[in-house]
Design a protein around this ligand. Structure first.
Ligand code: DGL
Length: 273
C-alpha cells in the first residue's frame, strides 16, 4: 500500500514543525498534510515533564479525532524526547518522532567537538543524554539549552525583524575551541532553529555544518506510511489547526506553506490540558 492519499498530521508547539512539514510535502507530494500548532501552550521549552506529557497527549488525542491521520509526526524535539512512549501506548496510530541528530553529528565531525542547540527541556532529558552516551561517547558534546531561539524563529516567521546579534548570543555557547579542535558540527535540536539558519551562519564565529534533520524525518514517514497508510483518501490540501486564538494571527504563514485553512481547536492551557 502506497503513501498516495495518506493523511499525515505534523505536530509542534508552534511554527517550527513547518520545517518538517515542508520536507514531508517534497517527499510525499500526494499526501494530505495537516498541521497542529499548540499555540496556546507555546513555548514548551521550560514546561515540567509530567505536565508537558499530559498536555501533549491531550492535544494530540483531540487532533487525531479531528484530522483522522494515517500517521503523526511529532515535529518537536521537546515533545518527542518526553512523550513519544506515552503517545505510542495511548493511540493506535503510527508516530514518527524528532530527536536531536546526535548520531549523524558524531559520524560527520572531523574535530570530535559537536554542539547541540535545543530547548532547555530537551537538553535536560534523559533521552538526550542517552543519545550522547550511545552515539557520541567518543566526542566532546557541548549541549546548550536556549531560552530564546524558538521565540526568535516565531518572530521571523511573522515577518518581524530578528537581529543576527540576538541569534549570535543564543548560539555562542556551543562554539568552543579545545586546544585547536573547534566545534565543527552543530545539531539543530529544535525544529524552530532551521528557520534561523541564515542568521546562525552569519553569527557563527567560524564556519561549521548545521544539521537539520527534516529530510531524514520525511524519509522515515514515507517508510512508515508505505506500510500503514489507508488508501482511497483525497490527496493534497490540508488544514493547519491551532489551539489558541493567538495562532490565527499566523494564518498567512500557514497559507504560504500550502495549508488551505487555519482552524482554531480551542484548547486553553487553563482547561487542564
Ligand atoms: N519546536 C520545538 C522543538 O523542536 C520547541 C519549541 C518550544 O520551545 O516550544 O523542540
Amino acid at each position: 500500500m502506497g503513501a498516495k492519499g495518506s493523511t499525515i498530521l505534523v505536530f509542534d508547539s508552534g511554527m517550527g514543525g513547518l520545517t518538517v512539514a515542508g520536507a514531508v510535502r517534497r517527499c510525499m507530494p500526494e499526501a494530505r498534510i495537516c498541521y497542529a500548532a499548540d499555540t496556546a501552550a507555546f513555548p514548551y521549552g521550560a514546561w515540567d515533564e509530567p505536565r508537558l506529557i499530559e498536555r501533549i497527549c491531550a492535544v494530540t488525542g483531540r487532533l487525531i479525532d479531528e484530522a483522522t491521520p494515517d500517521a503523526v509526526i511529532i515535529a518537536c524535539n521537546t515533545a518527542s524526547t518526553v512523550a513519544l512512549d506515552q503517545l505510542r501506548s495511548r493511540f493506535n496510530v503510527p508516530f514518527v518522532g524528532t530527536v536531536p541528530a546526535i548520531k549523524p553529528a558524531a559520524e560527520q565531525t572531523g574535530s570530535g567537538v559537536i554542539g547541540v542547540l535545543a530547548t532547555e527541556g530537551t537538553v535536560s532529558r534523559e533521552y538526550t543524554r542517552a543519545l550522547v552516551d550511545t552515539f557520541a561517547f567518543h566526542c566532546e558534546v557541548v549541549l546548550h539549552g536556549s531560552a530564546g531561539l524558538a521565540a526568535l524563529a516565531e518572530q521571523k516567521m511573522r515577518g518581524e525583524q530578528v537581529s543576527v546579534t540576538a541569534v549570535g548570543d543564543e548560539i555562542a555557547p556551543v562554539f568552543v575551541d579545545r586546544g585547536g579542535q573547534r566545534t565543527d558540527v552543530v545539531v539543530l535540536g529544535c525544529t524552530h532553529y532551521p528557520l534561523l539558519l541564515d542568521e546562525m551562519r552569519a553569527a557563527a564565529p567560524w564556519p561549521c555544518r548545521f544539521i537539520d534533520p527534516a529530510d531524514a524525518i520525511a524519509r522515515r514517514v514515507l517508510d512508515v506510511t508505505s506500510r500503514a497508510a489507508a488508501s482511497g483518501r483525497a490527496a493534497g490540501g490540508g488544514i493547519a489547526y491551532v489551539t489558541g486564538g493567538n495562532g490565527l494571527k499566523n494564518a498567512d504563514v500557514f497559507t504560504s506553506f500550502g495549508f488551505e485553512n487555519t482552524e482554531l481547536v480551542d484548547l486553553p492551557v487553563a482547561a487542564g490540558v
